[in-house]
Design a binder for this molecule. Structure first.
Ligand code: SAM
Length: 261
């Protein structure tokens, strides 16, 4: 079954990029360590980070010794990655294109990573492209927040309520369901799921910054509703915690799918 064709997914992040670096949490360091040891990346093993944005996977993997190509079709998101790599002196190569434009010439890769990005792609098509790119013994890693857990945190509950009340129905749907089943049917059939948590203390400003970094509420989508949106969000957050400080635990999920042959 083909995935829904996502129209204009790349543009969704243009207005989000400015808020992304401050608004999004990085990933648990244990995930990075697992990937580095599991795929033997410390000696310059080649990684392609798809939908790399500001490089929340690309940079720590490169810092651990991997040789990383980050791709993203969105100019401002890719530039955020380039700037972050330059600032921290980590060598990462960047290329502006979507996952669907990867070719065999981009390989061989030991690992292809997707940080909060697999759901934006035409997954079956991308998996079959990766069959020609990932070397024997190599694999794919799909990393994102634990969305169920997120909804149970105080800020997560407010965010869900904001989505319910503020998101109009013209947002492209994501291809979120059934990652594990899709992988099982692909060349990358050996699937393991792991979870990890990280503490995060948010202020109301940071929750706002986070929402402005998302495809739901980036400034481009809010347009002239932004002021009212901010006032509504701040009121709801104050009703939960008058001091506006939220100490939470964030859950993350990583699927690792290794080549069958
Ligand atoms: C939520 S951001 C994730 C950024 C970063 N990888 C992270 O872990 O936070 C999703 C990224 O996917 C990119 N994207 C959208 N459609 C894509 C596609 N078809 N192929 C590759 N990346 C895509 C967007 O431009 C955006 O930078």
């Amino acid at each position: 079954v083909p995935d829904t064709t996502l129209t204009d997914t790349t543009g969704l992040f243009t207005e989000a990029a400015a808020h992304y670096v401050r608004g999004r949490a990085g990933y648990p360091s244990g995930f990075i360590e697992t990937l580095v040891s599991r795929f033997g990346l410390a000696d310059g093993g080649r990684v392609i980070d798809v939908g790399c944005g500001p490089g929340l996977l690309a940079l720590p993997l490169a810092r651990a010794g991997a040789s990383v190509l980050g791709i993203d079709p969105n100019g401002p998101m890719l530039e955020a990655g380039r700037a972050a790599a330059a600032d921290s002196g980590v060598p990462v190569t960047f290329s502006k294109r979507p996952a669907e434009a990867l070719t065999a010439a981009d390989g061989p890769a030991r690992l292809v990573t997707f940080g909060r990005s697999f759901h934006w792609t035409d997954r079956p098509r991308v998996l079959s492209l990766l069959d020609g790119i990932v070397e024997p013994g190599g694999g794919i890693a799909i990393v994102h927040e634990d969305r169920e857990q997120r909804r149970t945190t105080p800020t997560g509950m407010v965010i869900e309520a904001m989505k319910r009340d503020w998101v109009t129905d013209d947002l492209p749907s994501r291809n979120r369901d059934g990652d594990a089943a899709l992988l099982s049917g692909s060349a990358f059939g050996l699937v393991e799921r792991s979870t990890a948590t990280m503490p995060r203390t948010w202020t109301a400003d940071e929750v706002l910054g986070h929402l402005l970094s998302t495809s739901y509420f980036n400034p481009g989508r809010l347009g002239d509703r932004r002021e009212a949106f901010e006032a509504d969000l701040r009121g709801r957050l104050r009703a939960v915690r008058a001091d506006g400080v939220f100490e939470e635990t964030l859950g993350f999920v990583m699927l690792i799918a290794t080549r069958k042959d």
